[in-house]
Design a protein around this ligand. Sequence first.
Ligand SMILES: [Fe+2]
Ligand SMILES: [Fe+2]
Length: 273
Amino acid sequence: MDAQNTEAIVPRNLHFEFDETLPAYWHSNNPAITSYYDALSFTFPEGERFFIDSVKRYRNCGSPKLQEQIAAFITQESLHTREHLAFNRIATDHGYDLKPIDNFLKRRLGWARSRSHIKQLAATMALEHFTAILAHALLEDPAYIDQAPEPIQRLWRWHAIEEIEHKAVAFDTFMAAAKNMSPLRRWFMRSAVMVFATVLFLHTIFLGAKVLFRQDGINTPKTWLRFLNYVFVKPGMFRRVLDAYFTFYKPGFHPWHVDDRRLIAEFIPSIAA
Ligand SMILES: [Fe+2]
Ligand SMILES: [Fe+2]
């Protein structure tokens, strides 16, 4: 399946109400589980701005169809940032100081922005693969998030739907931008950047969780065992996406080789207010 016949990319300008009645441990009253989603969400505003800037530089490289998709991608990511900033305020309203995370992300992305433009685009392509496979997992098994308060469920499902819709945009932009590279060099660049992005992504999520655990006074082996168990074992979202993760390294990979449009169709009704 190529970029011409994938799902339409439809930005949905949705607002989610997160009021003061939402508990700090909004997922199953469990700080280890809640911190996984919170840590992911803390990365989105800075991360998505980086994605937008990386892709925007190459917006004139591809076909008119791809240019339209880039415009829709930018709108979707901007809306995700706006709503995740609102979601992240649940943590600050409960007294967490997110400055250590914000400062760390600014430093890390500042460093990323000092790399070449094509490497920044490759990093965006790699991280968009992460968001697409995690989004697929989140929709595939409703149990991940169905313990959460209703506006939080809708936020994460809305975001997951749109990450799947635009999952090939950064990839297709990279392929258009790097069309003069040899296929071997292109493959090497995207694989090397993916290895690097994987290490940095995991480190960033763990750091986000650690900041929360520290401020709660529960930065203990017991909390970390619960966190690692949730992420890698039961239900083990990272374990479940492992096969999909590795397909990225195959020569000839394209995000739409996995056609998960059925998940979009299935969950669109659940995100309406
Ligand atoms: Fe997003
Ligand atoms: Fe995205």
